[in-house]
Design a protein around this ligand. Structure first.
Ligand SMILES: NC(=O)c1ccc[n+]([C@@H]2O[C@H](COP(=O)([O-])OP(=O)(O)OC[C@H]3O[C@@H](n4cnc5c(N)ncnc54)[C@H](O)[C@@H]3O)[C@@H](O)[C@H]2O)c1
Length: 324
């Protein structure tokens, strides 16, 4: 197969690149390296079947021409990370919406029959009072001044564009509402909680928990995420679907911090600060964000190989190696 990965130098995108190269596929990457890095691709940069284009997606010349040979597109390029989003809320809307439309238009212009996997997010649910989130629930965008919502809003508009291109132009899209994914190449630089905690624990610095710490999340190891995705791309019934994807085991952020301190034998303490101190704006965080995976499980079969403890231990070992 010939694959295009937008955001292919990022955390998830680079894992897709490795996966498809090991399958013998040819892989094209479009990435502007804004949050991704060459480091993520270092073991395959010279691979004869990897073609890298380090440019903003919207500035890619001849995208339609490239798409003519592509069987599968992963659209994972996006402006991400709460810190980046609240710092530049206009750019989030611009990049995430316009570049998705640019890609869809290019696919439409050549009547592409490629599969398109679009990375959306669990944040579109915006619902704070439902414990387990199903695709049947409505998406919800707050009408407060919070700038953080622009990320979810941009992804919701992307979803709407993708579904409309599916209905109107037969673009073979599957939308993934991704719950938290974790793993080795993830950076803590833009607010991702687990890498941030591990870096602090390894330096015996305080682990800074935002809000009460009682908010719960579900974390899926990147290797499980890629195995699930590998099944989705081969299941035609997933075309035209919105699918939750992630792990359905919940844990509080405070407990994640405690586990990381214990697994890394750190002397760190846990310190709580308000969202205002962390991001310069107050917001009502989701108290819980756990996926209902009924729809996904009705379409493909999978089992997890990793749980939170084994993923955390693996990440701690890796981060310790690269820090030393
Ligand atoms: N990691 C998660 O837990 C998670 C959860 C929900 C949704 N997602 C979605 O999955 C996708 C990948 O996330 P990630 O965690 O790997 O983040 P990431 O920041 O590591 O990856 C995004 C990649 O896109 C690139 N990029 C950004 N803007 C670009 C542009 N205009 N043109 C070309 N490249 C551009 C970045 O350089 C980066 O390599 C994103 O769309 C994100 O919204 C991730």
């Amino acid at each position: 197969m010939e694959i295009l990965v937008t955001g292919g130098a990022g955390f998830i995108g680079s894992s897709l690149v490795y996966y498809h190269l090991t399958q013998g596929d040819t892989v094209h990457v479009i990435d502007d390296l804004s949050t991704g890095s060459l480091e993520n691709l270092k073991e395959v940069l010279q691979h004869p079947k990897l073609k890298c284009h380090f440019v903003e997606l919207g500035n890619f010349k001849n995208l339609s021409k490239l798409l003519q040979s592509i069987d599968l597109v992963y659209h994972f390029a996006a402006m991400v990370g709460v810190l980046k989003v609240v710092k530049d809320p206009i750019k989030v809307l611009d990049i995430n919406i316009q570049e998705t439309l640019f890609l869809l238009d290019a696919m439409r212009s050549i009547q592409s029959k490629a599969r398109l996997i679009m990375a959306s997010t669990s944040e579109v649910y915006g619902e704070k009072n439902i414990r387990i989130l199903s695709e049947e629930h409505d998406a919800r965008i707050t009408s407060t001044l919070s700038q953080r919502k622009n990320y979810a809003l941009s992804k919701l508009v992307d979803e709407a564009y993708c579904l409309s291109f599916f209905v109107t132009h037969d673009i073979q899209v599957t939308i993934l509402r991704i719950f938290n994914v974790i793993g080795r190449n993830q950076t803590g630089a833009y607010g991702m909680v687990i890498p941030r905690f591990i870096h602090a624990a390894l330096k015996n610095c305080p682990l800074i928990v935002y809000g009460s710490g009682q908010q719960k999340r579900s974390f899926c190891d990147i290797r499980d995420f890629i195995s699930i995705l590998a099944k989705i791309i081969h299941e035609p019934k997933t075309v035209g679907c919105i699918l939750n994807i992630g792990h359905d085991e919940e844990v509080s952020i405070y407990d994640v911090a405690r586990k990381i301190i214990s697994f890394s034998n750190s002397q760190s303490k846990i310190k709580r600060i308000s969202y205002m101190e962390a991001y310069g704006e107050e917001f009502d965080d989701f108290q819980t964000r756990r996926p209902d995976l009924t729809r996904l499980k009705s379409l493909i079969q999978f089992t997890y190989q990793w749980n939170l403890d084994s993923s955390l231990k693996d990440m701690i070992e890796y981060f310790r190696d690269i820090q030393s």
